[in-house]
Write a protein that binds this ligand. Sequence first.
Ligand SMILES: Cc1cc2nc3c(=O)[nH]c(=O)nc-3n(C[C@H](O)[C@H](O)[C@H](O)COP(=O)(O)OP(=O)(O)OC[C@H]3O[C@@H](n4cnc5c(N)ncnc54)[C@H](O)[C@@H]3O)c2cc1C
Length: 291
Amino acid sequence: MKNPPFVYHRARSLNEAIELLATYGEDGKILAGGQSLLPTMALRLGPPEHVIDISQVPDLDAIGLEADGGVTIGALVRHAQAERSEDIARLAPLIADAMPHVGHRAIRTRGTVAGSIAHADPAAEMPAVCLATRATMVAVSSAGERSIDAADFFDGYLTSTLRADELLTQVRFPAWSPQSGGAVVEVSRRHGDYALVGLACRIDVDAGTITDAALAFFGVAATPLRVADAEAALVGKPASAEVFASAASIVSETLAPTADIHGSTNYRRHLAGVLTSRGLQSAASRIGVPA
Ligand SMILES: Cc1cc2nc3c(=O)[nH]c(=O)nc-3n(C[C@H](O)[C@H](O)[C@H](O)COP(=O)(O)OP(=O)(O)OC[C@H]3O[C@@H](n4cnc5c(N)ncnc54)[C@H](O)[C@@H]3O)c2cc1C
């Protein structure tokens, strides 16, 4: 389908983009890589009257390294750039793990990491990675800058707490501890498709005991979802296959994923359990913990 008519604005600076957002509010939308915005416009899913292209705005395409080991991803960092980055592989391994699952190479070449987060698709990898790593979103508007914790960002299907006049300038990922192991695992019908069910998981292990855990699922609800009871069942226990299996059982009992033509609720629930064991095993092995 062709796109409906819209007015195109090319912002040349961050200030100009923010002014345009302030002017058009709910009628305006940021265009970054266009890999989600353009298909949704073509499908007439709430098409904006004003499209504000930020692709020429300078200084938004940096992967920043913070003194404490944290990593920042600017609004125009493409998936492919993150995928190729040695700094991301070393300092933010969960992002590196997610990248090959995001669509296909052509989509990753244009699409941005921040755009994927702003789009807030519950079946997308990066929103779940943000939850599992406790990322912070930095939003800027004509009223100033604010930081939003990932736990407070995703609040519904394709919606977030980002206001219509706000631009997501960067996403901050806290330092990845040497005691952290993580993995992104998913089941999709074909490689590059959105996941039927996916999991971004992280465990912190000290002398064989799990000290912290995050199990962030995607493709199971209207938002990415952490399963607190299963996480609690991991903390204080040894990083072992038995403990991972009991967390997997809790996940399967707790989640009630939405059914669609690709899979029933029970099938997806089963997949979520399988992925829990698989993801945790992989996370443990990456920090040399035999499980
Ligand atoms: C065939 C196909 C398969 C795909 N498969 C997957 C997949 O498996 N996993 C996955 O995660 N994604 C997948 N995608 C989606 C895509 O990879 C991402 O959603 C996309 O890259 C988002 O980034 P973008 O820069 O293209 O955002 P855009 O399309 O430009 O924007 C998306 C939305 O975010 C808003 N936005 C973008 N940047 C900002 C910002 N800085 N501040 C505020 N709002 C902003 C826009 O206004 C728009 O509402 C697929 C897409 C296609 C076409």
